[in-house]
Design a protein around this ligand. Sequence first.
Ligand code: CP
Ligand code: NVA
Length: 307
Amino acid sequence: MRHFLSLKDFTKDEILEMITLAQTIKKETKAKIFKPYLEKQTLGMIFEKSSTRTRVSFETGIYQLGGVGLFLSSNDIQLGRGEPMKDTSRVISRMVDMVMIRTFEQSKLEEFAHYSKVPVINGLTDAYHPVQLMTDYLTMLEFGISNPVVAYVGDGNNMTHSWLMLAAKLGFELRVATPKGYECDANIIKEALAIAKTSGAKITFTNDPKIAVKDANVVTTDTWVSMGQEDEKEERLKAFEGYIVDDNLMSLTEKNAIFLHCLPAYREYEVSEAIFEKHADEIFTEAENRLHAQKGIMVWLDQHRDD
Ligand code: CP
Ligand code: NVA
């Protein structure tokens, strides 16, 4: 059985298999063909943080695949009152067929997976957001980006860490621009660079967004204040001055560069209103693709239960 906890656990071929499944199922969905790939299966969805896209896409996705989603907010289940993760896992995984978790520490997700009888999917932790990156890759392909040169401008956070893993596994170019003091986790950088050596990925780091975006064909960013960092808001807003993705920055990219944002977006902080609206088609296709990419992941995990 395989879990989907981080992209580092998958080979390039496996990642591409999931993307191919997502593309196939997206085509079927668009033609209103709903094959029961996961008939009568239940997806438990545990949320310890807020969500719009993750909840709606997983719940709709499992339903369209012939199953049903159970929304389990930690405010409502005993986990929120202190029931251990390992007990929650041993109970829920005896009743459902797959579990998605959004939580804080990656170690909590790993603990759940360790005790689980069914595949577990990372729906965002402080360290990674891998389902979003599968989505972003699917979106890049749809917008004709077959040779990505990606510039990530902003916080060295869960999104950035997942970009590092995606680039390292698939072997494309990624430039990361973060302010001093907000760089990516050193261990994750080390792991990604080790993987990049075998895939040929070119991964570079800078404190200058202009260097990162020069001739890039994909520019992306994320909020400067992730969930759980609300107390740091004031100091973060100061530290990230000059990191807004605006017309000035986008004018340095390749002419047809696309802009991606996992959302929610904070206008006039990490991205200007003008750039956001100019690239709304890419951004909202990306949002929709959460539905399709995650179907590919869920069906792939179901097909690998006996591994
Ligand atoms: N991008 C993303 O994961 O959005 P939500 O927090 O709304 O799920
Ligand atoms: N980095 C953000 C992503 C939200 C989808 C957060 O963790 O809050």
